[in-house]
Design a protein around this ligand. Structure first.
Ligand code: AMP
Length: 501
């Protein structure tokens, strides 16, 4: 390979090096957030964390990492890609210990190369520590600026690294108090696991934006973003960690559970119910599957239509479409089939045959569609690109009418707490009316689930949710409230992405 070929390879990495694993239309993808999993005091800690992360894969597919501690010494393995790509058996075997934490990542802040894959691991004056964070800190930029001015050197571009620096600078006596000191100054969303050679500290921000669960297995405590990760290892569900709660676990069990921060009315992210969490999980006190079905039922009551069949945009919309079908009495059919095996090794064809977009992942089942009046249910429309392509596919396969039903309200603004809904200018409902969107999608009718019906489907009071992306009301200050200088000293590291394989 000559120099020009190497340069071209670095500039345009082949698909197997592509950091976005979905394999199609990456630019059209909105990105998820992250998942965390921790185990304390189990001889198979690394294997359990691997399984937990496997169950949390839907929360992040760009990178994964596990850090374990054996006799006080931390060992880590992190890499780009899916959990099963990153952890081959020989790599998992290297991560030894009886307690540890793991993380799956989809970048919502910072770029997506290896140096940003979590858990972040550092050595500092008191030993080693590792941090795995789900959520987004809105004042990370300003905190980073302050830390850099006082001499701190950052190794990643993640918001989470400011927490690491703040822990290491804390003068408090116990590890937990150092973590609490660090978290006191951050604003935004965190469900976070921090470990050293002895303990794991699990904390959830005072608004409880992201879920976090405590479980128990063979007498040992485990912590997970969602209950589906407890189920995979047959762990008992103990309880959800409360908003604002900080739990410290050592090998002898829970050492302390405290609520050291100013108490807030919870503002849980309602998008966890709409799209992010797995339907077989319970979060924020309810079953995700049940809530999604109720959303579909509400939608059927508020936006009924005469049709032959109800279909979901699989998989995240399946429960809502079933709810619509149950309420309306219109039969549900699997009209669109999803290929579950679109992974990192998908080979992108030449430009000439590339315009097959959505078909790589979703393909209509012809007999279910031809000459049918279809209610098509999706959980959300973000930029409108997926919906438009699916509608075109259904039309090409002879759909007679398409009535699009969305089991969430119009997304009019960005999320600042960990869902990458990107720039408002790319959000279709930020720029168009519902009628304009209907026309753009090419559907016969379009209806969204209104905010109050969405909230009522959750069974929790409206004040317990952050609805910022729907109503532009954010519970905290947001990044534009902080004045930043443009970072002038950020280098670009191409090598880590390639080495990360
Ligand atoms: P878009 O094509 O941008 O309108 O994206 C909407 C589609 O992406 C819907 O089918 C959703 O199920 C799905 N979706 C919604 N939110 C997210 C997210 N945060 N990450 C990935 N996909 C999402």
């Amino acid at each position: 390979m000559n120099a020009a070929q190497i340069a071209a390879l670095i500039e345009n990495p082949p698909p197997q090096y592509h950091p976005r694993p979905q394999g199609w239309d990456d630019d059209d993808q909105v990105r998820d957030e992250c998942g965390v999993f921790g185990v304390m005091g189990h001889p198979e800690a690394a294997a359990l964390i691997y399984l937990g992360l496997y169950s949390l894969q839907h929360r992040g597919q760009e990178g994964a990492g596990i850090v374990c501690a054996e006799e006080g010494i931390l060992s880590a393995h992190r890499g780009m890609g899916l959990v099963s790509d990153v952890f081959r058996p020989h790599k998992l075997a290297r991560v030894k210990g009886t307690h540890g934490i793991g993380h799956v990542r989809y970048s919502t802040f910072g770029s997506n190369n290896l140096k940003n894959v979590q858990p972040l691991v550092v050595d500092y004056a008191r030993g080693s520590m590792a941090v795995g964070h789900n959520g987004n800190l809105v004042n990370a930029g300003i905190l980073r600026e302050q830390l850099e001015e006082s001499g701190a050197i950052f190794q990643s571009t993640t918001d989470s690294e400011v927490i690491v620096h703040r822990i290491s600078r804390s003068q408090s006596e116990t590890f937990t108090d150092c973590v609490i000191d660090a978290l006191r100054e951050v604003i935004g969303a965190y469900s976070i696991l921090v470990m050293n050679g002895e303990e794991i500290v699990a904390a959830r921000d005072p608004y409880g934006f992201r879920p976090l669960w405590l479980g128990k297995l063979d007498g040992c405590y485990v912590i997970a973003s969602e209950t589906c990760a407890l189920d995979i290892i047959d762990a008992e569900r103990v309880r959800e960690i409360e908003p604002g709660e900080v739990v410290t676990i050592n090998r002898n069990g829970i050492v302390s559970s405290q609520n050291p921060f100013e108490k807030k009315v919870p503002k849980q992210c309602i998008f966890e119910y709409i799209y992010v969490s797995r339907p077989d999980s319970d979060i924020f006190g309810a079953s995700v599957d049940e809530v999604r079905k109720r959303m579909g039922r509400e939608l059927a009551k508020l936006a009924p239509v005469e049709a032959d069949v109800v279909m979901a945009v699989p998989d995240s919309s399946n429960p809502a479409a079933l709810g619509y079908s149950h309420e309306s009495g219109i039969p549900f059919d699997m009209g669109i089939i999803r290929n579950h095996y679109v992974g990192r090794t998908f080979i992108e064809p030449e430009q000439g045959i590339r315009d097959f977009g959505v078909k790589i992942k979703l393909n209509p089942s012809r007999t279910a569609i031809k000459d049918k009046r279809i209610v098509l249910v999706d959980d959300s429309i973000v930029r409108g690109t997926t919906a438009r392509k699916i509608v075109k596919l259904l039309r090409n396969h002879g759909a007679k009418e398409i009535h699009f039903r969305v089991s969430s309200p119009e997304i009019i603004n960005s999320c600042h707490y960990g869902i990458d809904t990107s720039n408002p200018s790319r959000l279709i409902a930020h720029n168009m009316t519902v009628e304009e969107i209907r026309d753009y999608l090419g559907v016969d009718s379009l209806a969204y689930l209104p905010i109050d019906a969405l909230v009522s489907a959750t069974g929790s009071p409206p004040e317990h949710f952050c609805l910022g992306c729907f109503n532009n009301k954010y519970p905290t200050q947001i990044p534009s409230d902080f004045s930043f200088r443009t970072p002038k000293n950020r280098h670009v590291d191409h090598s880590t992405e390639l080495l990360g394989q």
